[in-house]
Design a protein around this ligand. Structure first.
Ligand code: UDP
Length: 293
């Protein structure tokens, strides 16, 4: 599976990230890979420095594409204007000078053969792993372990003592459409300008599932609810740094993941950071054992 996303702009469904075909179909042009950059150069609004997400997009593709694809989506997703968000947020989405309409260009792109649920079930099905759900970490008796790996919000770990770090949440509205073979042409359709939801994902594109109906999910961004995203902007980074200093003084705890490290990781980066953290913990425990501790 390779992820593809279309954005609904007016009556059109157009490739995002913006590529040659996005521009051609939106404006009725006939640009190609040799002429698209000259087009971007003509419409872009150069920014220096490129400090915010607004700067990133205006600097790359100018105001009209910014307003049609980015401004509304970002306001919905974050409850903030792109000018209030770090450049890194919009910089996740490249501007293409070719016709590649894949969301990601990684060499290796796979779905787990039996899905993510089985993947995690099998990892957790181990004699030395015990899972307890529905237990609030902050209400339970502190487990007596040699080392703790904490993956929750870092401000919660420290009792919010410097104030709350904002995290963005989503409400997922699942719907099954009986008798519908295909709700939309690709895995995800973004709605930058209409509706309260940001996007609809239709799972059969991702899983290859065969069924007489189809299942979709709509994502409604929320300030409250389970934390899913850090909110990258300078004041939040500064507050996170103060918590990170406390974390550095906890030798028996490793803070890892999106929430504990307040980083807007993609899943592959999450896995990379987790493997690195695991090596560091094993080294440390190995050194402790060697010292007879
Ligand atoms: N974005 C946008 N329009 C789009 C897609 C993305 O404005 O059609 C902006 C928006 O601010 C979004 C960010 O780029 O939050 C990152 O998008 P991505 O698809 O990586 O978000 P995620 O899948 O992590 O929610």
């Amino acid at each position: 599976y390779e992820h593809r996303v279309l954005a609904k702009v007016g009556d059109q469904l157009l490739p995002i990230p913006i590529n040659v075909d996005t521009v051609n179909r939106l404006y009725g042009l006939d640009l190609d890979e040799t002429t698209i950059q000259a087009y971007y150069d003509r419409v872009r609004e150069p920014r220096d420095p490129v400090a915010t997400s607004e700067d990133v997009v205006l600097n790359a593709v100018g105001r009209d594409l910014y307003e049609k694809f980015f401004r509304g989506y970002t306001r919905k997703q974050w409850g903030l204007d792109p000018s209030e968000l770090a450049a890194s947020v919009a910089a996740r989405i490249p501007t293409r000078t070719n016709r590649d309409d894949r969301y990601f260009t990684d060499t290796f792109q796979q779905m787990p053969r039996d899905g993510y649920t089985r993947l995690f079930e099998r990892m957790l099905d181990h004699p030395r792993i015990r899972v307890e759900t529905g237990v609030d970490f902050f209400r339970m008796r502190r487990p007596r372990v040699r080392h703790l790996v904490f993956t929750g919000p870092i401000d919660a770990y420290f009792g919010h003592r410097f104030g709350r770090l904002p995290y963005r949440s989503l409400a997922f509205e699942h719907e099954h459409l009986p008798g519908v073979q295909r709700h939309q042409p690709v895995g995800t359709v973004n709605y930058p300008n209409d509706f309260a939801y940001t996007r609809i994902t239709e799972f059969r594109h991702l899983t290859g599932q065969q069924h007489t109906g189809t299942s979709i999910v709509r994502e409604y961004p929320r300030a409250e609810g389970d934390p899913y995203y850090p909110v990258p902007r300078a004041e939040n980074e500064a507050l996170f740094k103060r918590y990170a200093e406390l974390a550095a003084r906890e030798p028996d705890v490793t803070f890892v993941g999106r929430l504990a490290s307040y980083r807007y990781y993609n899943m592959d980066q999450c896995v990379g950071a987790a493997l690195k953290a695991a090596d560091a913990v094993l080294d440390k425990l190995g050194a402790l054992s060697a010292a007879g501790a």
